[in-house]
Write a protein that binds this ligand. Structure first.
Ligand code: ATP
Length: 304
């Protein structure tokens, strides 16, 4: 797959009111077409600074960025390959309609007005917003505004898309829509950097996860490998009713831990059958292998 982003040893220190603060301390990252990288981290970890250095909005003190093989700080036209949706509601003009916003941003990105209108119609249609194209942005729902902001970032067909908290404050339906949009855009061979605090969203859509803490990357791995690495090898059987005392001691003797209706067993996939045999006449609510989620992994890594 084509290498879209290569960040090498990026650093940024902010100096404000006589004090200096290291926001990013020597981060290197590579991102290929089709990948969705979740850039995660607690507040102040340096995610936005990192995203701004990649998108040419903040100049790094040290290190280099290459997008599709060129350095945007040396060759600004390289930024034509980048689309950005910033956090919050500063991406669009609220007193303009989606059609007007998209024509404006399209022309700003070097398209002719006609081309901008054609592409705007294409994306508004694709994201189910055609009927809203002449409604003022301020009168649209948060989910619709977010989708228009994504349209604006896509007008010039960027290869790299940076999305900062794109699903914040969305209802379930809009959230699912935006998740699908992100996955479809990656399937079209765009590389996507997603910064978010919504770890369930990151878990659902990212192919790779980078966790930042105090300006450094403390873990970077394929999301599925990271989850596998932190998943336990215990099984959980949730019974419909509390486990009776005599059964409980029998299960404990066999190596189980019992908490009311919950039986957990640390073992392999043959020894679990002996345990299941002991409860096979009783109603079971749920039976599953213990699996890590990104929220748990995040807590372990960032608090550790
Ligand atoms: P959040 O999750 O809260 O958005 P973040 O991981 O995106 O945080 P950044 O916004 O990159 O973190 O900030 C990293 C650090 O740099 C923070 O301590 C922040 O206060 C500081 N910082 C960010 N922008 C500036 C600025 N323009 N001037 C001074 N300090 C800044």
């Amino acid at each position: 797959m084509k290498l879209v982003l290569s960040a090498n040893n990026l650093s940024k220190t902010y100096n404000a009111r006589g004090t200096s603060h290291v926001a990013v301390a020597g981060i290197s990252l590579n991102l290929h077409a089709g990948e969705i990288l979740g850039l995660l981290g607690p507040n102040g970890a340096g995610k936005t600074t990192m995203a701004k250095m990649i998108s040419g909005l903040v100049c790094p003190d040290q290190g280099t960025v290459e997008i599709c093989g060129a350095n945007p700080f040396r060759k600004p036209s390289t930024l034509r390959n980048v689309g950005v949706v910033l956090e919050g509601n500063r991406n669009l003009y609220w007193k303009l309609t989606p059609a007007e916003n998209l024509e404006y941003f399209g022309v700003l990105r070097g398209l002719s007005a006609r081309e901008a209108r054609t592409r705007a119609d294409h994306y508004l249609n694709r994201f189910g917003l055609s009927k809203k194209k002449k409604v003022l942005v301020e009168a649209l729902s948060r989910g619709m505004q977010q989708k228009v902001a994504i349209c604006a970032a896509l007008l010039h067909e960027p290869t790299l898309l940076l999305l900062d908290e794109p699903t914040l404050g969305l209802d379930i339906e809009s959230l699912e829509d935006v998740k699908t949009i992100i996955q479809n855009l990656a399937a079209e061979n765009r590389a996507i950097v997603l910064t978010t605090h919504q770890l369930d969203v990151a878990q659902a859509v990212t192919t790779r996860t980078a966790i930042m803490k105090q300006g450094k990357i403390i873990a970077e791995e394929n999301t599925s490998d990271l989850l596998k690495r932190f998943s336990g090898d215990s099984y959980v059987i949730e019974m419909v009713d509390p486990v009776a005392a005599n059964l409980s001691s029998d299960l404990q003797n066999a190596g189980c831990m019992i908490e009311n209706r919950r039986i957990s067993f640390h073992g392999d996939n043959t020894s679990i059958w002996k345990i299941l045999g002991k409860v096979d006449t009783l109603p079971i609510e749920r039976f599953y292998k213990d699996k890590a989620d990104l929220a748990g992994v995040f807590m372990k890594l960032t608090k550790g």
